[in-house]
Design a protein around this ligand. Sequence first.
Ligand SMILES: Cc1ncc(COP(=O)(O)O)c(C=O)c1O
Length: 367
Amino acid sequence: MNRRQWLLASAAAPLALRPILARAAKKGVRAAPVRLHSNENPYGPSPAAQEAMTAAFGESNLYPSSKYRELASLIAQREGLTPDHIVLGAGSHEVLRMAAMAYGLAGGELVTAHPTFEGLGRYASRIGTHVHQVPVTGDLIMDLPRMQRRMTQAVQLVFVCNPNNPTGTITPHQELLPFVAEAAKRAVVLVDEAYFELVADPAFATMVPLVKEGRNVIVSRTFSKVYGLAGLRVGYALARPDIASRLRGFRTDNSISIIGLRAAIAAYQDPAFVTWSRDTIAAEREAIVRKLTNWGHRSVPSQTNFIFFHLGRPIGAFQEAMAAKGILVGRPFPPYMDWCRLSIGTPENMQAFSDAFEEVMSTPSSD
Ligand SMILES: Cc1ncc(COP(=O)(O)O)c(C=O)c1O
């Protein structure tokens, strides 16, 4: 972030968040590598979360069960559910694995889109579940009618990622709601809402109301993205109490540390950081999309802290060339081998990306 950008961003930021910008500016562009490959929040953790972590150091001799209850109660209260509906895990990844075990171990089959977040599908396949992968459409959105047609008798779990990773696209509420409601008559539907807090498009809506209605629906969320706590591993599921209890049967007890729980409790009650992060990231996302469009690279509309754009050359070699310049970009996502997933960083990170991108793209592709 240069001085002018820092002053502009700083003037727009709530007072309590200014230290974050100062820290981001201090890290500087030379804090290589620039991490634009894992969809993290470059501004996190918030000052409030950091303060809570510091306070938790002295409690590290204690098992964290009371903090589990405190965080579950806060989430339940905000969502209009009960703590029995909430399952906490070491990142939402653990929650996805619990679901894979609960519904895939005894010969259950899984229906999922492709490409999508692979945390659940890959694990399910390793434990012997047959996975039906349904390619996304030409517009890179989930092909719900085709997914519906793959619902065999043996399908026990359906995985839907909204917004989807790696594409960043949303499936509008109008289309997703009837699909989930119908599929949930025959199987459990897990809707991964890891990027929920970043979405601004009114066509999107959470599937939590279906949980409230008592349907066979699990919604998963995480503290790793907009809350900026990826390194602490805190995620959760919202589900009907009997489903939640079945999931808990497959969790590792106390897998979240007391520091992670304390930080999540503070972050959850700090809406200013969430809103500011969402808006700052969205502005930077639009800026890089404009630049790429001017350079002739199409991207799909994203509602997340990353974009998926048409690179027009093999991603593997590009990823390596960028890494050699200190910029990490997303891995290959077959079959989109000439597309790139790029996380949104600070203005300074994105300038570093643009500079390296122009250099790399000015040389012919080596494969
Ligand atoms: C869609 C989606 N779901 C789940 C996860 C897992 O995140 P975590 O385990 O950090 O909560 C990610 C991480 O990138 C993701 O993109």
